[in-house]
Write a protein that binds this ligand. Structure first.
Ligand code: AKG
Length: 239
Protein backbone atom coordinates (compact mmCIF):
# COMPACT_ATOMS: atom_id res chain seq x y z
CA UNK A 1 0.00 0.00 0.00
CA UNK A 2 1.41 3.41 -0.89
CA UNK A 3 0.92 6.53 1.19
CA UNK A 4 1.89 10.14 0.66
CA UNK A 5 2.96 12.15 3.68
CA UNK A 6 4.51 15.45 4.58
CA UNK A 7 7.26 14.68 7.09
CA UNK A 8 9.65 16.77 9.15
CA UNK A 9 13.26 15.74 9.52
CA UNK A 10 14.13 16.17 13.24
CA UNK A 11 17.70 17.20 12.53
CA UNK A 12 17.19 19.71 9.75
CA UNK A 13 13.64 20.87 10.53
CA UNK A 14 13.08 20.74 6.79
CA UNK A 15 9.91 19.29 5.34
CA UNK A 16 9.59 16.82 2.49
CA UNK A 17 6.58 15.53 0.66
CA UNK A 18 7.02 11.95 -0.38
CA UNK A 19 5.35 8.68 -1.23
CA UNK A 20 6.41 5.45 0.42
CA UNK A 21 5.52 1.86 1.17
CA UNK A 22 3.42 1.65 4.34
CA UNK A 23 4.98 -1.71 5.30
CA UNK A 24 8.32 -0.02 5.84
CA UNK A 25 7.25 2.81 8.12
CA UNK A 26 8.40 2.70 11.72
CA UNK A 27 7.15 5.21 14.24
CA UNK A 28 9.81 5.84 16.84
CA UNK A 29 10.50 8.23 19.71
CA UNK A 30 8.24 9.00 22.62
CA UNK A 31 4.63 9.36 21.45
CA UNK A 32 4.06 12.06 24.09
CA UNK A 33 6.39 14.29 22.07
CA UNK A 34 5.46 14.82 18.45
CA UNK A 35 5.62 11.71 16.33
CA UNK A 36 7.77 11.86 13.27
CA UNK A 37 9.32 9.78 10.53
CA UNK A 38 12.98 10.25 9.83
CA UNK A 39 13.93 10.50 6.18
CA UNK A 40 16.46 7.73 6.81
CA UNK A 41 13.64 5.34 7.67
CA UNK A 42 11.80 6.18 4.50
CA UNK A 43 14.63 5.62 2.08
CA UNK A 44 16.85 3.06 3.81
CA UNK A 45 15.43 -0.45 3.37
CA UNK A 46 17.22 -1.66 6.51
CA UNK A 47 17.83 1.30 8.82
CA UNK A 48 18.90 -0.90 11.72
CA UNK A 49 21.55 -2.93 9.89
CA UNK A 50 24.77 -3.88 11.65
CA UNK A 51 27.47 -1.33 10.69
CA UNK A 52 30.28 -3.83 11.33
CA UNK A 53 31.21 -6.35 8.62
CA UNK A 54 32.21 -9.06 11.14
CA UNK A 55 32.92 -9.94 14.80
CA UNK A 56 30.39 -7.81 16.63
CA UNK A 57 27.45 -5.51 16.20
CA UNK A 58 27.00 -1.76 16.08
CA UNK A 59 23.53 -0.42 15.39
CA UNK A 60 22.87 3.26 14.81
CA UNK A 61 19.27 4.32 15.35
CA UNK A 62 19.81 7.92 14.22
CA UNK A 63 18.40 11.08 15.83
CA UNK A 64 15.34 9.60 17.51
CA UNK A 65 14.88 12.33 20.13
CA UNK A 66 13.10 15.37 18.70
CA UNK A 67 15.51 18.33 18.33
CA UNK A 68 13.87 20.64 20.91
CA UNK A 69 13.71 17.86 23.45
CA UNK A 70 17.34 16.81 22.81
CA UNK A 71 18.45 20.45 23.20
CA UNK A 72 16.58 20.76 26.50
CA UNK A 73 18.27 17.57 27.75
CA UNK A 74 21.67 18.87 26.62
CA UNK A 75 21.24 22.19 28.46
CA UNK A 76 19.97 20.55 31.63
CA UNK A 77 22.82 18.00 31.76
CA UNK A 78 25.47 20.57 30.79
CA UNK A 79 24.39 22.86 33.67
CA UNK A 80 23.44 20.36 36.33
CA UNK A 81 25.50 17.17 36.21
CA UNK A 82 28.44 17.19 38.69
CA UNK A 83 31.07 17.09 35.91
CA UNK A 84 34.67 16.28 36.90
CA UNK A 85 37.80 16.00 34.76
CA UNK A 86 38.52 12.40 33.74
CA UNK A 87 41.79 10.79 34.82
CA UNK A 88 43.93 7.97 33.49
CA UNK A 89 47.11 6.25 34.58
CA UNK A 90 48.99 5.04 31.51
CA UNK A 91 52.50 3.54 31.71
CA UNK A 92 52.74 4.85 35.28
CA UNK A 93 51.91 8.44 34.30
CA UNK A 94 48.88 10.27 35.68
CA UNK A 95 46.80 12.20 33.10
CA UNK A 96 43.93 14.62 33.77
CA UNK A 97 41.69 15.34 30.78
CA UNK A 98 39.82 18.49 29.75
CA UNK A 99 36.95 16.14 28.88
CA UNK A 100 34.65 15.84 31.89
CA UNK A 101 32.82 12.73 33.14
CA UNK A 102 30.17 11.59 35.63
CA UNK A 103 29.46 7.96 36.57
CA UNK A 104 25.91 7.16 37.70
CA UNK A 105 24.23 3.87 38.53
CA UNK A 106 21.55 1.84 40.27
CA UNK A 107 23.96 1.37 43.20
CA UNK A 108 27.30 2.94 44.18
CA UNK A 109 29.13 0.57 41.82
CA UNK A 110 32.89 0.74 41.81
CA UNK A 111 34.12 0.92 38.19
CA UNK A 112 37.80 0.70 37.26
CA UNK A 113 39.10 1.84 33.86
CA UNK A 114 42.35 3.36 32.58
CA UNK A 115 43.94 2.60 35.96
CA UNK A 116 41.53 4.77 37.96
CA UNK A 117 38.56 3.82 40.14
CA UNK A 118 35.23 5.62 40.14
CA UNK A 119 32.17 5.16 42.36
CA UNK A 120 28.75 5.61 40.76
CA UNK A 121 26.55 8.47 41.96
CA UNK A 122 22.74 8.15 42.11
CA UNK A 123 20.90 8.73 38.82
CA UNK A 124 20.05 12.27 37.76
CA UNK A 125 16.38 12.26 36.69
CA UNK A 126 16.94 13.24 33.01
CA UNK A 127 19.62 10.54 32.66
CA UNK A 128 17.16 7.99 34.01
CA UNK A 129 14.60 9.11 31.42
CA UNK A 130 17.18 8.70 28.66
CA UNK A 131 18.20 5.30 30.06
CA UNK A 132 14.59 4.18 29.65
CA UNK A 133 14.56 5.47 26.07
CA UNK A 134 17.88 3.69 25.33
CA UNK A 135 16.49 0.46 26.83
CA UNK A 136 13.29 0.67 24.81
CA UNK A 137 15.19 1.48 21.62
CA UNK A 138 17.96 -1.11 21.90
CA UNK A 139 16.05 -3.90 23.67
CA UNK A 140 18.71 -4.22 26.42
CA UNK A 141 18.80 -3.08 30.06
CA UNK A 142 21.58 -1.07 31.70
CA UNK A 143 22.49 -0.42 35.36
CA UNK A 144 25.00 2.41 34.99
CA UNK A 145 26.04 5.31 32.81
CA UNK A 146 29.35 7.00 32.14
CA UNK A 147 28.53 10.49 30.88
CA UNK A 148 31.17 12.39 28.87
CA UNK A 149 31.32 16.13 28.19
CA UNK A 150 33.54 17.28 25.27
CA UNK A 151 33.72 21.10 25.29
CA UNK A 152 34.74 21.26 21.60
CA UNK A 153 36.41 19.22 18.87
CA UNK A 154 39.85 19.41 20.51
CA UNK A 155 38.55 17.06 23.21
CA UNK A 156 38.39 13.45 22.12
CA UNK A 157 38.70 9.83 23.21
CA UNK A 158 41.59 7.68 21.98
CA UNK A 159 41.32 4.16 20.52
CA UNK A 160 40.15 1.71 23.18
CA UNK A 161 37.62 -1.01 23.82
CA UNK A 162 35.35 -1.21 26.84
CA UNK A 163 36.52 -4.60 28.02
CA UNK A 164 36.90 -3.91 31.74
CA UNK A 165 36.55 -6.93 34.00
CA UNK A 166 33.64 -5.44 35.91
CA UNK A 167 31.60 -4.83 32.76
CA UNK A 168 29.24 -7.57 31.64
CA UNK A 169 31.10 -9.72 29.06
CA UNK A 170 29.77 -9.01 25.56
CA UNK A 171 27.12 -6.81 27.19
CA UNK A 172 25.44 -4.08 25.18
CA UNK A 173 26.68 -0.48 25.57
CA UNK A 174 24.25 2.17 24.34
CA UNK A 175 25.24 5.76 23.79
CA UNK A 176 22.93 8.73 23.58
CA UNK A 177 24.51 11.75 21.85
CA UNK A 178 23.49 15.34 22.59
CA UNK A 179 24.96 18.54 21.17
CA UNK A 180 27.57 18.85 18.44
CA UNK A 181 27.73 16.11 15.80
CA UNK A 182 30.94 14.11 16.04
CA UNK A 183 32.48 11.29 14.05
CA UNK A 184 32.79 7.95 15.87
CA UNK A 185 35.24 5.38 14.48
CA UNK A 186 35.77 1.64 14.80
CA UNK A 187 38.95 -0.29 13.92
CA UNK A 188 39.17 -4.09 13.79
CA UNK A 189 41.97 -5.33 16.08
CA UNK A 190 43.29 -7.86 13.51
CA UNK A 191 42.28 -6.75 10.03
CA UNK A 192 42.53 -2.97 10.81
CA UNK A 193 39.26 -2.52 8.86
CA UNK A 194 37.66 0.84 9.70
CA UNK A 195 34.05 1.94 10.03
CA UNK A 196 32.92 5.52 10.76
CA UNK A 197 29.53 6.84 11.81
CA UNK A 198 28.38 10.42 12.44
CA UNK A 199 26.71 10.71 15.83
CA UNK A 200 23.90 13.24 15.49
CA UNK A 201 22.18 15.36 18.15
CA UNK A 202 19.54 13.20 19.86
CA UNK A 203 20.78 9.94 18.38
CA UNK A 204 21.25 6.49 19.90
CA UNK A 205 23.87 3.88 18.99
CA UNK A 206 24.46 0.45 20.53
CA UNK A 207 27.64 -1.68 20.51
CA UNK A 208 27.04 -5.32 21.35
CA UNK A 209 27.99 -8.96 20.85
CA UNK A 210 31.75 -9.43 20.47
CA UNK A 211 32.32 -5.81 19.41
CA UNK A 212 34.53 -4.97 22.41
CA UNK A 213 36.61 -8.16 21.95
CA UNK A 214 37.41 -7.57 18.28
CA UNK A 215 37.06 -3.82 17.67
CA UNK A 216 38.54 -0.64 19.08
CA UNK A 217 36.54 2.58 19.00
CA UNK A 218 37.40 6.25 19.36
CA UNK A 219 35.97 9.75 19.14
CA UNK A 220 38.64 11.50 17.04
CA UNK A 221 39.62 15.14 17.59
CA UNK A 222 38.52 17.62 14.94
CA UNK A 223 39.22 21.30 14.24
CA UNK A 224 35.81 21.65 12.57
CA UNK A 225 33.72 21.40 15.77
CA UNK A 226 33.60 24.36 18.16
CA UNK A 227 30.48 23.40 20.08
CA UNK A 228 30.15 21.00 23.05
CA UNK A 229 28.82 17.46 22.98
CA UNK A 230 27.56 15.16 25.73
CA UNK A 231 27.45 11.39 25.42
CA UNK A 232 25.63 9.16 27.88
CA UNK A 233 27.10 5.67 27.63
CA UNK A 234 24.82 3.15 29.34
CA UNK A 235 26.45 -0.09 30.50
CA UNK A 236 25.98 -3.08 32.79
CA UNK A 237 28.49 -3.27 35.64
CA UNK A 238 28.77 -6.64 37.39
CA UNK A 239 29.91 -6.87 41.02
O1 AKG B 1 31.52 9.90 23.56
C1 AKG B 1 31.33 8.87 22.94
O2 AKG B 1 30.36 8.71 22.22
C2 AKG B 1 32.32 7.74 23.07
C3 AKG B 1 32.55 7.33 24.47
C4 AKG B 1 33.35 6.09 24.56
O3 AKG B 1 34.02 5.67 23.66
C5 AKG B 1 33.32 5.37 25.81
O4 AKG B 1 32.73 5.88 26.79
O5 AKG B 1 33.88 4.26 25.85
Amino acid sequence: MALALCVESPSSKSESFCEFDVQRVTWRGDPSFFAYLSLMDLFNPNPHANLLPQDGEVIYYGPIIPVNRATAYFEDLFQNLPWKADEAILHGKHYVTDRKVVLMGDRPFVYRYSGVTKTALPWAEPVLELKQLAEKTTGHTYNSCLANLYHNGSESMAWHSDGERNLQKDGAIASVSLGAERKFSFKHKDTQAKVDVLLQHGSILVMKGTCQTHWLHRLPPTKKVQRPRISLTFRTIVE
